[in-house]
Ligand binder design. Structure first.
Ligand SMILES: Nc1nc2c(ncn2[C@@H]2O[C@H](COP(=O)(O)OP(=O)(O)OP(=O)(O)O)[C@@H](O)[C@H]2O)c(=O)[nH]1
Ligand SMILES: [Mg+2]
Length: 328
């Protein structure tokens, strides 16, 4: 049985809230991807070269990325030839298997923050302006607070007017503490203060918000290495996690950002926001293909609970199956 049939059976027996959030958040992507595939499968009962050309186009239009698309098509072609399969419905199953594999094979699977013992766990959050950094930090704070963790926010984006204030609003709303510095002050000194406080007062998690001005790569690189240097004076292994936030609606530009950041700093995870706002949900596969970094969380809406651990099965299912979509 192909993975898609397996998922259909699995989720028709027991559909969790998580799967429903994925299905709702991915409605636009599903309309783009799954509906186009259905039209294609109707057009070609038996597949031929034109079928594969159109399939390639659909994957690229869904932001799966050219490199990965070509790899997937190649694999699907090979498998269908080897098994002598020409029926487009069966090819669909093979396609989904290889999309799944396209993610699985590209590195380790990880989602939740890996907490360390003895000292506060430090999570550095980077990303360019407007990608949903502050909101994601709030959602993560909310998540770990609900798990009983003592969470501290560090507003190290001292460069952009209003950045600390936005974080302050969330810290008040959530009832989590915040350390901030004056406008234009040294981000490292804010981080130093935050980590010192976290260590002294036994916090479990410090989430550090950093400005991500990609316009000047060298400057950003220097700033991030200074930040890390200063943090390790307080907590030797800090940061334990470095998440890059990418806005799914920026498409291939998001992939460019991801590549640039991965050259500047050692990322341990990627968070994809605004999945609900894009029709090109393939971006997750594309970023994974380029970076090999695990997608840790995915933003499927604006509410605090709409940030979910990335789950490949729910994601693939959400991309292909849902209410608006008939029964396939
Ligand atoms: N629909 C949707 N909106 C989101 C999601 N994540 C963030 N947003 C919205 O995106 C907008 C920008 O989010 P912010 O968190 O302010 O982004 P930022 O990166 O901190 O932006 P700056 O601080 O201005 O650089 C807000 O209106 C958020 O509500 C998501 O997963 N889905
Ligand atoms: Mg912000």
């Amino acid at each position: 049985m192909g993975l898609f049939s397996f998922l259909k059976e699995k989720f028709s027996k027991k559909k969790t809230d998580e799967v429903e959030t994925y299905q709702e958040g991915m409605a636009k992507s599903r309309q783009n991807f799954s509906n186009k595939l259905k039209v294609l499968n109707k057009k070609y009962k038996k597949v031929n070269q034109e079928y594969f050309e159109e399939l390639e186009e659909i994957l690229i239009e869904s932001d799966v990325g050219v490199k990965l698309t070509l790899q997937i098509i190649e694999e699907v072609l090979e498998e269908s030839k080897a098994k002598k399969i020409t029926d487009s419905e069966q090819i669909f199953e093979i396609l989904i298997d290889h999309m799944f594999k396209g993610y699985m094979d590209k590195g380790e699977q990880l989602t939740d923050v890996r907490f360390v013992n003895d000292v506060p766990t430090v999570l550095l959050v980077v990303g360019v302006n407007g990608v949903g950094k502050t909101t994601t930090i709030a959602k993560l704070a909310h998540r770990y607070q609900n798990m009983g963790k003592k969470v501290l926010l560090a507003a190290c984006d001292t460069f952009r007017a209003g950045a600390a204030e936005q974080l302050q609003i969330w810290s008040d709303r959530l009832g989590v503490s915040l350390v901030k510095g004056p406008y234009n002050s040294d981000p490292s000194s804010v981080a130093y203060d935050a980590l010192s406080k976290a260590k002294k007062e036994n916090y479990d998690l410090v989430i550090v918000d950093v400005a991500g001005r990609l316009q000047n790569k060298q400057y950003l690189m220097d700033e991030l290495s200074k930040l890390k240097r200063v943090m390790t004076k307080v907590i030797p292994d800090a940061p334990h996690e470095s998440f890059l936030i990418i806005d799914a609606t920026t498409g291939q530009n998001g992939v460019v950002q991801a590549k640039a950041f991965s050259e500047i700093t050692n990322l341990t995870g990627v968070v994809i926001t605004k999945m609900d706002g894009t029709s090109k949900g393939g971006i997750i596969l594309s970023i994974r293909d380029e970076l090999h970094t695990p997608v840790r969380f995915i933003g499927l809406g604006e509410k605090l609970d709409d940030l979910k651990e990335f789950d490949l099965e729910s994601y693939i299912y959400g991309l292909c199956e849902g209410e608006d979509n008939g029964t396939n």
